[in-house]
Design a protein around this ligand. Structure first.
Ligand SMILES: [Zn+2]
Ligand SMILES: [Zn+2]
Length: 457
């Protein structure tokens, strides 16, 4: 990986570089006590500096010691790679953090493919490094001079963005992080992969179902053609990636797409966002199962299985039952009206009537109970059961089968209940005929239909 040390000039130098590579602080200091100048040497052929070696091998202590001696953090090796790039390639998060702290420049391009440290972190799928660099990009001068969005979508010499590389290498978590940070989902490459490939083409080529799933959930277009006129489906088919092909087949059901252009979705707090994202992925997995059953392909699903979400559940209080699906607990509260529903129902509402993911002019959905405009979504506050006093409203008290809230969301607030009962109970009347006892969570398409029905009556 370009940090070899085999061609040092003298045996002393070789010893020094070996000690650096193995992280032997004593030997390094002994060598430096003889010749302080060694910190500024690099190998003659690869131009690998001590800083590169310490960073690539994750030797934080050595790295700190070298930086303390005012070594430039942005030294370049033969391939114009910085120590930060090497640390990001090798997933050495502590060194990445240290280098960023020391002011390492995130906007350097290597000479092999014209890639930044963000490209390298994405390619190798080191998500902690990816996050650290993204966070640095948000606060550094780069953000001000270049703009954060531009940095995230930088193309290498072959026209590949970090998202292309992560998709091609099957780094699903990195794909998610990049999309969440504004990576353009359907950007075409130059010559990387095949000319004009989108991240979806590259994920299809590699047969990475989990990347395909992420990209589709962020609105990747299944009908986008590369320069040879091929849609991702054709590529997956040709390479015998059956499960990918089934999901990419334009005639398969469309997945739910994260409604990121909606104002209140982009302003979600972390907890509400996690809840909704998990609900989205779960709904899509349900849909996927049907597609794959039809296509007779088995598909490696992530551990977000039927009951996977219940791992964190602790015994204790039960949450309000969602009045739309009658299946789940209310976990999301709509503002300003304070009506509550479960995360999947909220999502169905937001993802509903979205004709085309590329059109950004989505109309804001309204609360299904009172039809007021939704200004904000938050994690629902717990209601105490003694709020329910009126006999006629017992209908919405939790049934034994109700799913329980994650303990985290329950702990969020003790702030007491909100005043949503009147609206809900009137809605319950019109809803009670649907959704009950239909097993687990209804398919989100069904739910969208229910909402649609509700909004139109
Ligand atoms: Zn619901
Ligand atoms: Zn409302």
């Amino acid at each position: 990986m370009g940090h070899g040390i085999s061609c040092a000039r003298s045996s002393d130098e070789l010893e020094f570089f070996r000690a650096l590579q193995s992280g032997d602080m004593d030997a390094v200091q002994a060598a430096l006590s003889v010749d302080r100048d060694l910190v500024h040497r690099s190998t003659p052929y690869g131009r690998v500096s001590p800083l590169h070696i310490a960073s690539a091998n994750g030797h934080l202590e050595l790295l700190s010691m070298l930086l303390d001696q005012s070594v430039n953090p942005d030294l370049l090796n033969r391939h114009k790679q910085t120590p930060l790039m090497l640390a990001a390639m090798n997933g050495k998060i502590e060194c990445v953090n240290k280098l960023l702290e020391a002011g390492a420049n995130i906007l350097m391009f290597d000479s092999l493919n014209g890639r930044t440290c963000l490209h390298h972190a994405a390619y190798y799928g080191h998500t902690d490094c990816l996050k650290a660099i993204l966070s640095a990009a948000q606060s550094s001068p780069v953000a001000h001079s270049w703009g954060f969005a531009r940095y995230v979508n930088l193309k290498d010499d072959n026209g590949a963005t970090p998202l292309h590389l992560a998709s091609r290498q099957g780094r699903a978590v990195s794909v998610h992080i990049l999309l969440d940070n504004g990576s353009i989902v359907s950007s075409p490459t130059g010559s990387y992969g095949f000319p004009g490939s989108t991240p979806l083409h590259l994920a299809a080529r590699g047969g990475w179902v989990d990347c395909v799933r992420e990209l589709l959930a962020w609105g990747a277009d299944r009908l986008h053609r590369d320069s040879a006129g091929r849609i991702p489906y054709a590529i997956a088919l040709k390479r015998n990636h059956g499960a990918c092909a089934a999901l990419l087949n334009p005639s398969s059901a469309e997945p739910l797409v994260w409604p990121s252009p909606l104002k209140f979705i982009s302003e979600l707090n972390t907890d509400a966002k996690e809840l909704l994202e998990a609900a989205l992925m779960e709904a899509n997995l349900e849909r996927e199962k049907k597609i794959l059953r039809g296509a007779k392909f088995s598909c490696p699903s992530p551990s977000l299985s039927e009951d996977g979400s219940e791992d964190n559940i602790s015994e204790g209080s039960e949450a309000e039952l969602c009045s739309i699906c009658f299946e789940r607990a209310c976990t999301i509260e709509v503002h300003d009206c304070a009506h509550q529903m479960c995360a999947p129902c909220t999502l169905s509402l937001c993802c509903h009537s979205k004709p085309n993911p590329s059109t950004l002019c989505l109309t804001s959905p309204t609360c299904p109970f009172c039809r007021s405009t939704i200004s904000k979504l938050v994690v629902a506050k717990q209601k105490t059961s003694d709020i329910i006093t009126d006999e006629s409203e017992k209908i919405i008290s939790p049934r034994p089968s109700v799913r329980r809230l994650k303990s985290r969301s329950r702990n969020l607030s003790e702030g007491g209940g909100s005043s949503s009962f009147k609206g809900i109970s009137s809605a319950v009347g019109s809803l009670s005929k649907m959704g009950r006892g239909s097993g687990r969570i209804a398919d989100s398409a069904d739910m969208a239909d229910k909402l649609d029905h509700m909004l139109c009556t």
